[in-house]
Design a protein around this ligand. Structure first.
Ligand code: AMP
Ligand code: MG
Length: 529
């Protein structure tokens, strides 16, 4: 039985050339290309629940055949491998044609829930879009991608997922710090999974090249397959252009939702270029991402961005909005209705503000954000305290769940001590400020009339205990480079239940140790991958 479908290939125009030779591709959205074989594929880890959803049982996942298929050495009948064409703005500048330079799409699989999921291999060899690069990925970046996509999924953040991580058996040469010291590293391939990998850049490149018909075709394809509700009868009187504008409005909301969730868990994407933005509002392209330890809106994990901090933690909503403007400019080529797109952008910014306030209120255990109750100031003051005192964001919210309204528990300064990076710096003035905030917090909680235990449960459901702290990812990478994959498996298991305290695994819920504060890989990442 053929379990694969290939809508992207079947319904959208193909490049007339084949093979992986570098080229500019015009009036087409994909190029047929096969993965380049690898010498000795070994599956290191796979996601059991995702495999199950795809209909792959454990014996297949642990078989040599699985490693062959998900390294690209062998195709399952029905797969029609291709690389897609897209463009994008990188660090604010238009970069022209980019495309799947090291990703090869395999097709879509009908899942047990009836939906279709697209599968793609990252690191499967050169494509027409590789621009002279090798099309490969190293083990360290593949571990980071595998762990983080799955961690984000289990945190409830919209994301592409990772089915498997396969060691290729071949070395890949990288200059990790761009300092003229290239080294051989183990190569690996991750199988990524999502309903679609369509990016802002797919639409942008059609517009930039004046391919208006192709752009319409892509919009129709996207809307009918992924936003079918926009084709419902109630929109029957809408023109095609109006439907495109409505679609854009939805992409705005999905993007805003995603960024709110990033903020909730402390995730920093690191390279929010428009080619790395999904039109489904999924977190995509795990490169030099990071997680904030001490709450710092200015923090960026990406060394390439260290100067300008364009993609820092607290700037992500503004950058998402900037990226949405670029998508709007692309669609404008066919809708010609700037007012509708501008309205969506304005509404989106209001929507983001509302969602963010609600999310922050939920993190504090409040029922809702109440402007009249002074919540704005409560949130702003907390923001300032967290920054000024170098407080670990993840741990802060978990210990705050134990705040006792009856006043019988420890006072706020004692309660949050485990989350402080510099407890020795807490002077009497800080104690007074913390206590003052604590008093206002308890007054506010009293308004809600929620019992301590109920509030704690609610807070712990939105405030994770285990996140993929950068140094934890790096420790599992260091071990893997010694040939020991135990830590990778252990960390992965813990991250599958991020909100539930797991006895025996407290080390994964600890503050960042001092040695990791400035260590490359643990505090900063280059784009080399
Ligand atoms: P990224 O910065 O990972 O979003 O990648 C930007 C562009 O460079 C995309 O078109 C990638 O496919 C391409 N790219 C990145 N690394 C490689 C590589 N090793 N080989 C080929 N293409 C690559
Ligand atoms: Mg990318």
């Amino acid at each position: 039985m053929n379990i694969f479908e290939n809508r992207f290939v079947d319904l959208l125009p193909a490049d007339i050339s084949t093979g992986n030779k570098n080229r500019q591709v015009h009036n087409a959205l994909h190029s047929a290309v096969l993965p380049s074989p690898v010498s000795a594929p070994i599956t290191l880890i796979w996601s059991p629940d995702l495999a199950d959803g795809c209909g792959f049982n454990a014996s297949f996942c642990s078989s040599p055949e699985f490693a062959e298929v998900f390294s690209g050495n062998k195709q399952i009948p029905g797969m029609r491998p291709y690389a897609s064409r897209y463009g994008g703005h990188q660090f604010g500048h238009w970069a022209g044609q980019l495309g799947d330079g090291r990703v090869i799409n395999l097709g879509e699989i009908r899942c047990q829930d009836g939906g279709l999921l697209a599968l793609q291999l990252k690191g499967a060899g050169p494509t027409p879009y590789s621009r002279g690069a090798d099309g490969r990925a190293v083990l360290r970046s593949s571990i980071r991608e595998f762990l983080c996509s799955e961690a984000m999924h289990h945190l409830g953040v919209p994301t592409t997922r990772a089915l498997s991580l396969v060691l290729s058996g071949d070395a890949v040469v990288r200059d990790m710090f761009y300092d003229g010291n290239p080294e051989k590293e183990p190569g690996a391939i991750v199988c990524r999974v999502a309903p679609s990998f369509l990016r802002f850049g797919h639409f942008q490149l059609c517009a930039a090249r004046g391919e208006a018909d192709l752009l319409r075709q892509l919009l129709d394809f996207t809307i009918s397959n992924y936003f079918p509700h926009l084709m419902a009868e109630r929109f029957a009187d809408c023109s095609r252009e109006e439907i495109y504008s409505r679609w854009f409005d939805e992409v705005c909301r999905l993007t805003a939702d995603m960024v709110v969730q990033w903020f909730r868990v402390g995730f920093v994407h690191g390279v929010m270029n428009t080619d790395n933005m999904s039109v489904l509002g999924l977190t995509i392209d795990y490169g030099p991402y990071g997680w904030v330890d001490n709450f710092d809106p200015d923090w960026t994990p990406n060394t390439t961005d260290a100067e300008s901090r364009r993609y820092g933690y607290g700037r992500q909503a503004d950058i998402a909005q900037w990226n949405l403007w670029q998508l709007a400019n692309a669609i404008l080529v066919v809708t010609k209705d700037a007012a509708a797109l501008e309205k969506s952008l304005k509404d989106c910014s209001d929507y983001y503000g509302t969602q963010r306030r609600e999310m922050l209120s939920a993190k504090l255990g409040l029922r809702n954000f109440e402007a009249e109750a002074g919540d704005e100031i409560l949130l702003d003051d907390l923001n300032e305290l967290l920054q000024a005192q170098e407080i670990d964001m993840t741990l802060f919210y978990r210990v705050l769940a134990d705040f006792n309204l009856a006043g019988s528990g420890p006072q706020l300064p004692q309660l949050i001590e485990p989350a402080l990076y510099h407890p020795e710096r807490v002077d009497t003035e800080t104690v007074a400020r913390l206590n003052h905030w604590g008093e206002r917090y308890s007054e506010r909680l009293r308004v809600d009339r929620v019992q301590n235990e109920a509030r704690k449960a609610q807070m712990n459901a939105v405030n994770p205990l285990y996140v993929l702290r950068n140094y934890l990812a790096q420790e599992s990478i260091d071990k893997a480079y010694e040939g020991d994959y135990g830590l990778l498996h252990e960390l992965y298991e813990v991250l599958r239940r991020p909100y539930t305290e797991q006895p025996g695994f407290s080390r994964y819920a600890a503050k960042r140790p001092e040695w990791a504060r400035n260590k490359p890989g643990s505090s900063s990442l280059s784009c080399s991958s």
